[in-house]
Design a protein around this ligand. Structure first.
Ligand code: GLP
Length: 237
């Protein structure tokens, strides 16, 4: 595991953007995942800027959304699809990028189609993932079997609280659909972005390469080509 412990938000974004841009330059037709959340937002801002300047493109790439809420009453508002459209815009929502999106449904045929699309690229070239406060990656919550592929998952109560503090309880989604740990573990390379105080414990487990069966992100520790980017402040104490 390669640990990049960075001193500032700018350094975090630079490290992530440099790696993504390098991989895309090496292989423009790569297959990658696009995570959501506050953590990758600065990376996406930079990629959009580079795209506008003509220095970066995902036109030949295949992009997989990592996850989506299933029972989001406000859909598409608040969805991960909306997030990606807002943060990556026509970098991926264009006529040439092959973009695989997840609809807000628990229909098992969607999972089967997603797995078939993943099979179609052989393996992900670059799995970019964030982590939740409980160590989830995508929406592979604690307790998820590491051999699962795309599946529907009940959200952990802590995830619902963390992601929907602004919504009254009755309106909060309770399930999601996510790419499984199997495809993330089977990727050629994994880039894990960890930021935010609630992730301190997870960051420290990763940095010290300690596996914990209750922290899904640590299943990726065994990956031969894993890079973790984390603010140095989260590794103190
Ligand atoms: C959601 C997503 C995860 C993401 C996590 C962390 O729960 N399912 O894929 O990593 O949010 O988001 P943030 O970066 O906002 O802490």
């Amino acid at each position: 595991m390669k640990l990049l412990s960075v001193e500032s938000d700018d350094a975090f974004m630079d490290a992530a953007a440099t790696m993504v841009m390098r991989r895309v330059a090496e292989r423009p037709d790569l297959a990658l995942t696009a995570p959501t959340g506050a953590t990758p937002a600065a990376l996406y801002r930079r990629l959009v800027r580079e795209h506008r300047a003509g220095r970066f493109s995902l036109d030949a790439a295949t992009v997989f959304m990592l996850d989506e809420y299933v029972d989001l009453l406000t859909y598409p508002v608040g969805s991960f699809r909306e997030y990606l459209a807002k943060h990556l815009g026509d970098v991926i929502f264009n006529a040439t990028t092959t973009l695989h999106t997840l609809a807000p449904t628990d229909d098992p045929t969607q999972c089967a189609h997603y797995d078939a699309a993943l099979d179609g690229v052989g393996a992900l070239d670059l799995a970019i993932v964030g982590v939740g406060g409980n160590g989830h990656v995508g929406f592979n919550e604690p307790g998820t079997a590491p051999e699962l592929r795309t599946h529907v998952v009940p959200l952990a109560p802590s995830t619902i609280r963390a992601n929907f503090a602004h919504l009254e309880a009755a309106k909060r989604p309770s399930s999601a659909v996510t790419v499984g740990l199997a495809d993330l573990r089977g990727a050629r390379e994994v880039l894990m972005l960890i930021s935010g105080e609630p992730k301190r414990h997870v960051a420290q487990l990763l940095a010290s390469e300690r596996f914990d069966a209750d922290v899904p992100a640590t299943y990726l520790l065994e990956h031969p080509n894993l890079t973790v980017i984390v603010p140095s402040a989260l590794l103190e104490r």
